[in-house]
Ligand binder design. Structure first.
Ligand code: ADP
Length: 431
């Protein structure tokens, strides 16, 4: 049984328990009316009272206790047999007056819930009572009238039950969606505070680094022009200073990545051929994908408004990560498609996949599982910043040992950024 019907049956049982008291009162009232009607015919009164007590105890106590011992379907089948026996016994001894027939639709109100045996049980119940009643002298029209009331009463309560269940399922779904949105809002809040922090760190490092870069660069040039350098100074010119400059460049590129993550750097909006940029990214990343089979499926996407250099940067990051995670012989595939006003690009690999722990930190700056020197942990944080600035979203599906799939969905025209008026003109051109 899937979740939906199980919930429905549980809900029906809860309702059933809730109306026990009122249901008991209804049966007692009909019994009382019958006793008053047959007052003086003590044998009949005894049968009515006896049947009333047995049915009340049977339905309200014994069968409810049995629910914990056996299945609900079995208990409901026993309830049906008990009620048929009780009503036919009372009916035969009272010669089927109208008041006895009140029990028929009344009992049928209990046939609700959405388990698959409800309708067959109800049919057996009606056939059994009518069969006994008609063969023991009951009035056929009365039997028909009350059976019809019972059937329609049942159908109404069944419909009401299923509508309630549907509402319940819709509410449950809305609740889950709200929870997901809440989770995403928390995540975005966390990443945006990290972005602010990254921006101020990048700013603080950027200033001193610019004069360190220019000073070391000038020093290297000046020393290269010097004809008579001692052996040690020559070693500085040939090895130490170029290596220092490489290190400085690496720091600078980390700083600029950090600024991009915090959306501090802007390239203007332009209208560009989406697939052409995707191919550029693939060309740049190709060297890192030599050991895997690369599959591309670039469908007609047309032009998109945005920052093409940033899109290339995003895809190179994803492709390089995919290549690094995938062993020789694996597959990295890249696909694009358009869905209405959105374009979708998917980078899928058959590599190592990620643990839940890795997934939960994926877009945080400096989060990396790679050995030092190989990963800075900035790639995906930059990707996240860029996609968000384009008004898009990035999703990841990953299974350890099976692979990973990053999906990026971008609007055809991103939301208007506040920072540049010239962008507005380009957006207008791209529409
Ligand atoms: P870096 O590549 O420098 O580690 P990223 O931000 O690009 O930084 O990636 C962060 C981490 O996310 C990686 O260290 C890796 O653990 C995980 N990751 C990213 N892409 C993949 C992938 N395709 N398959 C498995 N793990 C990945």
């Amino acid at each position: 049984m899937d979740d939906q019907p199980r919930n429905a049956v549980q809900e029906a049982e809860r309702v059933q328990r809730g109306i026990h008291g009122i249901a008991g009162m209804g049966a007692a009232t009909v019994d009382l009316a019958l006793i008053i009607a047959f007052w003086g015919q003590w044998r009949v009164v005894l049968v009515i009272a006896g049947v009333g007590v047995v049915l009340a105890l049977g339905n309200g106590v014994v069968l409810e206790w049995l629910v914990s011992k056996t299945s609900r379907a079995r208990v409901e089948a026993m309830r049906m047999v008990l009620n048929v026996a009780g009503i036919t016994l009372a009916g035969i001894s009272t010669q089927w007056p109208v008041l006895i027939w009140v029990f028929v639709p009344y009992n049928m109100l209990w046939y609700f819930g959405l388990d698959p045996w409800v309708r067959p049980r109800m049919a057996i119940y009606l056939v059994a009572i009518n069969g006994v009643a008609l063969s023991t002298g009951a009035e056929p029209l009365t039997a028909l009238a009350f059976s019809l009331i019972g059937i329609f009463g049942y159908l109404v309560s069944e419909k009401r039950g299923s509508l309630l269940m549907q509402k319940h399922a819709e509410l449950e779904k809305a609740h889950q969606e709200l929870q997901q949105l809440h989770q995403r809002a928390i995540e975005q809040e966390r990443l945006s505070s990290l972005g602010l922090m990254a921006a101020s760190v990048a700013h603080e490092i950027n200033n001193p680094m610019s004069y360190v870069t220019s000073n070391v660069d000038s020093l290297l040039h000046d020393m290269r022009d010097e004809p008579d350098l001692s052996g040690t100074l020559k070693e500085y010119v040939d090895d130490v200073l170029p290596a220092t400059l490489d290190g400085i460049k690496r720091v600078n590129s980390i700083v600029s990545d950090l600024r991009r993550f915090s959306r501090g750097d802007y390239e203007g909006y332009t209208s560009y051929d989406f697939n052409a940029e995707v191919r550029t990214a693939l060309r740049i990343a190709r060297i890192q994908l030599g050991h895997v089979r690369v599959e591309e499926s670039l469908n007609e996407v047309g032009t998109v408004v945005g920052r093409p250099r940033q899109l290339v940067q995003v895809l190179v990051n994803l492709l390089v990560n995919a290549g690094q995670a995938t062993p020789s012989g694996g597959v990295v595939s890249l696909s694009t498609s358009r869905q209405g006003n959105q374009v979708r690009v998917e980078v899928r690999d058959t590599g190592s996949g990620m643990s839940e722990e890795t997934k939960s930190h994926l877009f945080e700056p400096f989060f990396t599982t790679k050995p030092s020197g190989l990963g800075t942990g900035l790639g995906l944080s930059v990707v996240y910043g860029i996609i968000k600035a384009h008004g898009g979203r990035i999703e990841v599906e990953s299974e350890l040992g099976k692979g990973t799939c990053f999906t990026i969905v971008l609007p055809n025209v991103p939301p208007l950024p506040a920072e540049k008026t010239s962008d507005a003109a380009l957006r207008a051109a791209g529409r």
